[in-house]
Design a protein around this ligand. Sequence first.
Ligand SMILES: O=C(O)c1ccccc1NCC(=O)[C@H](O)[C@H](O)COP(=O)(O)O
Length: 215
Amino acid sequence: MRPRVKICCISSINEAKMAINYGAAALGLVGHMPSGPGIIEDDLIHDIARIVPPPIATFLLTSETKPLEIINHFKRVYTTTIQIVDALEERDYEMLRTQLPQVKLVQVIHVLDERSVQEAIEVSRFADAILLDSGNPNLSIKELGGTGRTHNWELSRKIRDAISIPLFLAGGLNKDNVKKAIETVQPFGIDLCSSVRTNGRLDEQKLKDFFEALS
Ligand SMILES: O=C(O)c1ccccc1NCC(=O)[C@H](O)[C@H](O)COP(=O)(O)O
């Protein structure tokens, strides 16, 4: 089955409509981050999320790591889903579940080495889905996504086989490598930002080429 496609770094209502028209099942809206190409203001996230029709999902990407801060962030934007791009302090998902029972939680794991496999298995007990991305949260200026780089897909496949919740694959996916990525990892969904953009804007031709490469 073809994986669901999430187009990330959406930065306007027009970009949201364009991504949906080409077949996106989910849109990523990037809040404040230590670094990255897709960051927008919370007011704009709220405005975009409001116009997106069901069943398209809207993902708030938050770099907050404390449950209360994540809840506060969510209450400024009201998306369908929260994508937690850094490790949640003390793995305290309980407060998020209690306070936001209707919101889906996607936990990002940055695939660095074998330890990432164990980390993914552990957090898969708490999240609704796992999103495997490139990047490095251990740098002094954390690199949490939007890198345009691939990572070790064999490790991603190991994670895919070890967990029983849906898995999204991200990191450097483009029209030329996406088929191979899907074949290798067999993800539920794929997620991308850099390869469908030109000078930071969503590029209709690149988007079209990407969806064509998938079919
Ligand atoms: O794009 C950003 O600015 C960003 C910054 C920090 C964390 C996540 C970010 N984007 C997250 C996404 O979900 C991207 O689609 C994902 O990282 C893949 O990006 P790319 O490798 O550029 O396709």
